[in-house]
Design a binder for this molecule. Structure first.
Ligand code: FAD
Length: 547
């Protein structure tokens, strides 16, 4: 019965016995529903042995979130005898989600649960070989985790398979980490961009395509725009230079977002938004960094985004949702410890690194409070350093009360970090100066910084987008005469979320502006083309075209 409902979205194909239907590291043809016969799904483990994970029989379907966006597979599938199957390509799968809401929900849930299984097992995805406490290993792990991408870690100190791989690839142990990609390539201590391209997390941009809207930033503001714009029929591309989720994705627990009375981790909230945007057909280019915004030079009204990868994105309108990044301490050797001992967020990865240890945490705002409570709950002893005399003026009451109730958080007032000690990227002590001039030195291996944010607007240098004195983007009346409230000094370019001057720096505000800007986009695009504005809630055909 359900197979009949999905049949119109797929294409029937027969596979002779033994056919490899898809292989690890290659893009599968789509979601695959077995109609007759059996399909064996297997994986090669860290020692190189093949292991059967599951055998699918008629009525079962194969696929996980990679199939939603046409990304490479994490497993192999082969026909165990002759097989007839229904292949539902990614674009048809998205059409199914929209047309068959109830069935689509069940399939989507299964895809998410399967991805969670892959993430938790630690048995799929690229293999990182290197010491678990090495700064580059942590950097690569954090990048993949923030993108909800499965990975395997082999530590030469504890895993015999790591030693075998080091010998097989003739790697000097001093030059670790290496990464083995599912497609078989070996990378030596890669940058995030190199790794992302090798594993197929990001693909080439179609330079011939003209999008209705290009969104720069996949934090809550950018993802909200993607969900509303794509669901209302606009063609959307979203760029982010690091990972989806932005600052919110780094939050250990968001407790004040409407509808989550027990709180939710920033990563869980943002992963849902990311999958939702893809479900409606928004294209994700992550990691891809916008380096320059070029305004239209002719009546076509097309904007060009020049990317760090040397690629270009062309769009009829642009939404700036590039948010903010954490301020750094004015301490000369800070960079030496970033990524290994100095952290700008407190996720389970950092908590694991410093459980049962004493850590220093600088900051007096809500993000500092959340991080302190989270680290303390994971067993760390937290020395919270603040410049002022108390937390009441800068932190929500519930966090102030929670901190007061935790005996392993010590609040140190009137303190400013004066120096960091350590070597080879490993912190050994933190020194701070008190208002009376006295300098205190404490042995510490980890320092967390939550000292405010500055806007990510460097990439707008050279454009005619108006900024305020601190670099935040001006919108509405501040940007020029007769502007939409979220429109910048350049018509057709909008700014939302933390990057916008005078915005409220909260997840809910960013999401609200992401939704609100879509009505302005419809107004701007229809005024340019002379079409009737598309009303939210309707599903007009996408306006995307090639030139
Ligand atoms: C640790 C922490 C805890 C927080 N907790 C809460 C909370 O509990 N409740 C709450 O309401 N708010 C909280 N906040 C604040 C909230 O996260 C932000 O207000 C919100 O994330 C802003 O969303 P945004 O989309 O505007 O920008 P961001 O979240 O900053 O996202 C911007 C994105 O743009 C990308 N980007 C930047 N420049 C470029 C470029 N040139 N090209 C491509 N991509 C680019 C960045 O990589 C980033 O992913 C917290 C913040 C932090 C850091």
């Amino acid at each position: 019965m359900e197979i009949e409902r999905v049949r119109r979205f797929g294409e029937c194909r027969s596979f002779p016995a033994g056919t490899k239907i898809f292989t690890t590291g290659q893009v599968a043809p789509g979601l695959i529903v077995v109609l007759s016969g059996k399909v064996e799904v297997s994986q090669t483990d860290k020692s190189g042995h093949r292991k059967t994970l599951v055998t699918h029989s008629p009525g079962h379907f194969m696929g996980e979130l990679a199939q939603l966006a046409g990304r490479p597979s994490f497993v192999d599938a082969a026909a165990d005898g002759p097989v007839d199957a229904l292949i539902i390509a990614p674009d048809r799968l998205r059409a199914l989600f929209v047309a068959e809401a109830e069935l689509g929900e069940r399939i989507m849930r299964a895809l998410i649960i399967r991805r969670m299984g892959l993430l938790e097992s630690g048995l799929s995805g690229p293999i990182i070989v290197g010491r678990a406490d090495n700064g580059d290993v942590l950097r690569l792990q954090s990048f993949l985790r923030r993108n909800a991408y499965p990975l395997q870690l082999l530590d030469p100190e504890t895993d015999t398979e790591a030693k075998a791989l080091i010998e097989r690839f003739h790697v000097d142990p001093g030059h670790l980490p290496i990464v083995l990609c599912p497609g078989g390539q070996m990378l030596r201590n890669p940058g995030e961009d190199e790794l992302a391209r090798c594993i197929g997390l990001v693909g080439p941009i179609d330079t011939n395509r003209v999008y209705d809207v290009a969104v720069v930033g996949a934090g809550p503001a950018g993802l909200a725009t993607a969900v509303y714009a794509a669901s209302e029929g606009l063609s959307v591309i979203v760029l982010d230079c690091r990972a989806f989720g932005g600052q919110a994705g780094a939050s250990a627990r968001i407790e004040n977002y409407l509808g989550f009375p027990t709180g939710i981790t920033g990563m869980a909230l943002m992963a849902r938004a990311y999958n939702q945007a893809q479900k409606f057909g928004a294209e994700m280019a992550i990691p891809d960094q916008a380096d320059k915004l070029i305004a239209p030079t002719d009546i076509s009204g097309r904007f060009v985004l020049q990317l760090a990868s040397d690629e270009r994105v062309t769009a009829r309108s642009v939404v700036i949702a590039s948010g903010a990044r954490y301020r750094q301490l004015p301490v000369s050797n800070l960079h030496e410890f970033e990524g290994s001992s100095v952290h700008y967020w407190a996720s389970p990865l950092e908590a694991k690194l410093c459980s049962a240890q004493e850590v220093a945490l600088v900051g007096a705002g809500n993000s500092a409070g959340q991080a302190a409570v989270f680290l303390a709950s994971q067993g760390a002893k937290v020395s919270m350093l603040i410049r002022g005399t108390g937390l009441a003026d800068s932190m929500s009451r519930y966090l102030v009360d929670r901190i007061a109730g935790l005996s392993n958080i010590q609040l140190i007032t009137g303190a400013q970090v004066s120096a960091l000690e350590g070597s080879n990227g490993s912190l050994s002590a933190v020194r701070w100066r008190l208002t009376n001039g006295q300098e205190v030195r404490e042995p510490m291996h980890h320092l967390f910084l939550f000292i405010g944010a500055q806007p990510n607007t460097d990439w707008l240098a050279g454009s005619n987008i108006g900024l305020d004195a601190k670099g935040f983007v001006l919108t509405g009346e501040d940007a020029g005469h007769d502007r939409h409230v979220l429109e910048t000094s350049q018509r057709g370019v909008f700014a939302i979320g933390d990057v916008r001057a005078k915005s409220v720096k909260r997840v809910a505000a960013a999401v609200g502006e992401g939704a609100q800007v879509v009505a302005a986009l419809h107004g701007y695009l229809s005024a340019r083309t002379g079409e009737t504005a598309v009303m939210p809630g309707t599903n007009p055909p996408a306006r995307s075209q090639t030139h």
